[in-house]
Design a binder for this molecule. Structure first.
Ligand code: FPP
Length: 256
């Protein structure tokens, strides 16, 4: 796992434009968007200013994914643990999400982007849940980019919910426990039908998964970037894809 210092970019290492990636392009990129608060604090701004800039960076990440030929992009926008934040910040984040959905839906549709949401949406207000469901429905036929936003998401919760559903199916007699394998279990996860992420990027220099896609990222390459999420741009996306392309993925097997 490497940490690449992009807070103090060397122009030779961090080109302003995304460089063409030599080697395999990650099919599914998942991003832990971190550092909005620190970005705001460094400018003596309220945290909401960091989240607002973070929403702009979301747009840049989507554009970069489309330009790079990445087919699946999953963004960790709100973890199940984030509900522990002060009520004011949660209000700001939900307001931003509401605003984002209303302002970006037309753009998502125009660009052939399919939106999915994973996580425990019950905790959000009904109007946001309605907007999310409508956005999923209205983009369901799109195929250019599969965009998934993880909201009120926690991988342990997801795995426990899947285990509960499997147990219920077994008790009901519709599933034979002897036939349960990884493939079947994965069909009970929120990500059923999605490919596993090939590359997980985390910004802000922190190096942990924070309960994100723990099952699905079992063999993902991890790239940690020293850039705060609001500053994330196409050059960082290209850098992470380049790092991925250089890695040798063996899935536990011996080198060829
Ligand atoms: C982590 O930074 C970021 C979040 C908890 C929220 C992510 C939200 C956005 C990027 C904007 C809205 C998203 C969408 C999809 C419209 P932090 O607040 O934990 O930063 P810190 O670690 O520096 O305090």
């Amino acid at each position: 796992m490497s940490v690449t210092n992009l807070l103090r970019p060397n122009p030779a290492e961090a080109p302003a434009k995304p460089a063409a990636v030599a080697g395999p392009v990650a099919r599914h990129v998942a991003i832990i968007m971190d550092g909005n608060g620190r970005w705001a604090a460094a400018r003596r701004l309220p945290r909401v200013a960091g989240h607002r800039e973070g929403a702009r960076a979301v747009r840049r990440a989507i554009e970069a994914a489309m330009q790079s030929g990445v087919g699946w992009l999953t963004l960790y926008a709100f973890s199940s643990e984030n509900w522990r934040r002060p009520a004011g910040e949660i209000l700001d984040l939900t307001a931003l999400l509401r605003q984002y959905l209303r302002s970006e839906l037309a753009e998502l549709k125009a660009n052939g982007i399919r939106l999915r949401v994973i996580g425990d949406l019950q905790r959000f207000d009904e109007d946001i849940r309605g907007d999310l469901r409508a956005a999923e429905r209205e983009t369901a036929e799109n195929h250019r980019l599969n965009l998934t936003i993880a909201l009120s998401y926690g991988a342990r919760d997801e795995i426990v919910a899947a285990a509960r559903a499997v147990a219920e199916a077994a008790v009901a007699g519709s599933l034979d426990p002897a036939g349960l394998d990884e493939r079947l279990f994965a069909r009970y996860l929120a990500t059923a039908g999605m490919p596993d992420p090939d590359l997980v990027i985390r910004t802000s220099g922190e190096q942990r998964l924070s309960n994100f896609l723990l099952w699905q990222a079992a063999y993902a390459e991890l790239v940690f970037l020293d850039v705060l999420w609001p500053d994330f741009g196409p050059e960082h996306f290209a850098h992470a894809l380049g790092e991925y392309a250089r890695r040798e993925r063996r899935f536990g097997a011996r080198p060829a």
